[in-house]
Design a protein around this ligand. Structure first.
Ligand SMILES: Cc1cc2nc3c(=O)[nH]c(=O)nc-3n(C[C@H](O)[C@H](O)[C@H](O)COP(=O)(O)O)c2cc1C
Length: 197
């Protein structure tokens, strides 16, 4: 069984270092047997979540589309910046909206239930965004995802990448590969799309 895994970056900024790490993950996962999908939040513009908005206008089409895309996956790699020791609003808002989706067409769905989630971050600072990763864990658990233990925070973004191996530091590269390997293994063993296809 080839697991279906998507990658989403928590920043859409031009020159985003997290997008760069997401692309490095895609390059590495592209050499494996996974069915890979890149989710770019630029393709899913959403208003800031507002309960009145949901009651008056319903769930936005882009939230439905994002939930549908996530619902198709066995695993999701989140590559997210840390903002003030926590999660960035762009991706949190997208996940909040997608978590409101309970039906797609005439099917009841729980887009995140049983989804295997891996966490990575990169930051110009020395912490690598580690506190942001810890902040993502309860968020993703609360929407029903299985967050794997392995994670990778990449510090000193300015020096972290190189053209030859992707990630300059041996120890960082090993941690990143271990995270991807674990995400593939757990997504394969807990594969939830079998029941749906
Ligand atoms: C509002 C805000 C808060 C931030 N807080 C942190 C932080 O707590 N820890 C950290 O390492 N970097 C922090 N940063 C710096 C980001 O890590 C840096 O801007 C990074 O490049 C953002 O990721 P991106 O390049 O993928 O957009 C913060 C940046 C912003 C805009």
């Amino acid at each position: 069984m080839n697991p279906k895994i998507a990658i989403v970056a928590g920043s859409t900024r031009t020159g985003s270092v997290n997008k760069k790490l997401a692309m490095e993950a895609a390059r590495r996962l592209g050499k494996t047997d996974v069915h890979l999908t890149l989710i770019d939040l630029v393709d899913y513009p959403l208003p800031l979540y507002d309960g009145d908005d949901e009651v008056e206008r319903g769930i936005p089409v882009n939230a439905m589309k994002l939930a549908e895309q996530i619902n198709r996956q066995d695993g999701l790699l989140i590559v997210s910046p840390e903002y003030n020791s926590s999660v960035p609003p762009l991706l949190k808002n997208a996940i909040d909206w997608a978590s409101r989706v309970r039906r797609l067409g005439d099917r009841p769905v729980q887009p995140f239930k049983g989804l295997v989630v891996g966490l990575a971050s990169v930051s110009p600072g020395s912490g690598g965004g580690m506190k942001g990763l810890e902040a993502w864990r309860p968020v993703m658990r609360s929407v029903g995802a299985e967050v794997i233990t392995s994670q990778c925070a990449v510090p000193n973004a300015g020096k972290a990448f190189d053209d030859e191996t992707g990630l300059a530091e041996d120890s960082v590269r090993m941690r990143f590969d271990a995270l991807l390997e674990s995400l593939i293994d757990v997504s394969r063993s807990l594969a939830r799309t079998l029941e749906r296809d």
